[in-house]
Design a protein around this ligand. Sequence first.
Ligand SMILES: Nc1ncnc2c1ncn2[C@@H]1O[C@H](COP(=O)(O)OP(=O)(O)OP(=O)(O)O)[C@@H](O)[C@H]1O
Ligand SMILES: [Mg+2]
Length: 259
Amino acid sequence: MARIIAVAVPKGGAGKTSTTLNLGAALAARGQRVLLIDFDPQGNLSLSLRATPVSPSLYSTIREFITTWEPHIERVIVPSSIPNVDVVPTDVWLNESDEELRSADRREYVLRKLLEPVSPAYDFVLIDTLPYFGMLVKNALVAADELIIPMQAEFLATQSIEMMLKLVERIQRSGLNPLLRVLGVLVTQVDLRTNMGRQAEGYARTEFLGRVPIFTTAVKRTVRMAESQAMGQSLLQYDPDGEAAAAYRTLAEEVLNAA
Ligand SMILES: Nc1ncnc2c1ncn2[C@@H]1O[C@H](COP(=O)(O)OP(=O)(O)OP(=O)(O)O)[C@@H](O)[C@H]1O
Ligand SMILES: [Mg+2]
């Protein structure tokens, strides 16, 4: 079975989508078969991969599933431009699922059930999420075995990590997903040009020391990130010799070693 990893934190711009895409690309470069799920109606992951939603869409697949309970997510999986990486693209219609899921039976388990038949074909399933705690994020956290929490290297970001950890505790204690494991907090967008940027990484590491694993790898801020997304490529394709691509390769090592 695949290791299913959700990438989540209730803060916009933390680096969830960039991490899902580039960690996926780095794992694939190590020969892993990877499925990326764009579970954010903003559709940034799909856009970054130039993957347009197919018909039927993820939204209609969820809608049909909650009445029939016949899982057919395979219909919405498409190959990406990255070898070994498939993707389930989405668009703004997925917002409707958040509402519709509320009245579904076993409403937190829908994504988990949908993934069951396809996950044996992959080594990793990475789920990109939106920065708001609703049914979509809950579904991602119930479907996942593990969680990566990206954190922008700035002082305001620690509050969102606290909120995320509280939600994880709730998901575990309620029995929705007792085995959900926080793989680690990933410090992203470290700006070494400013004192604030340099201090923020150290501050985050001491703030959460002993409470939650923090990846040794940190990702520095680089203009190459936005450029690669504009070009529809992963950083490993667009700037393979850059520091950020190297960071995602080391992160992939950490993830592989944490099995
Ligand atoms: N290491 C980095 N260096 C420079 N820019 C980055 C880096 N990581 C992410 N960014 C940029 O920061 C912005 C937010 O990143 P990203 O979209 O990954 O965050 P997110 O958590 O998915 O946001 P949202 O909550 O809106 O989904 C994007 O424009 C992205 O290009
Ligand atoms: Mg995003």
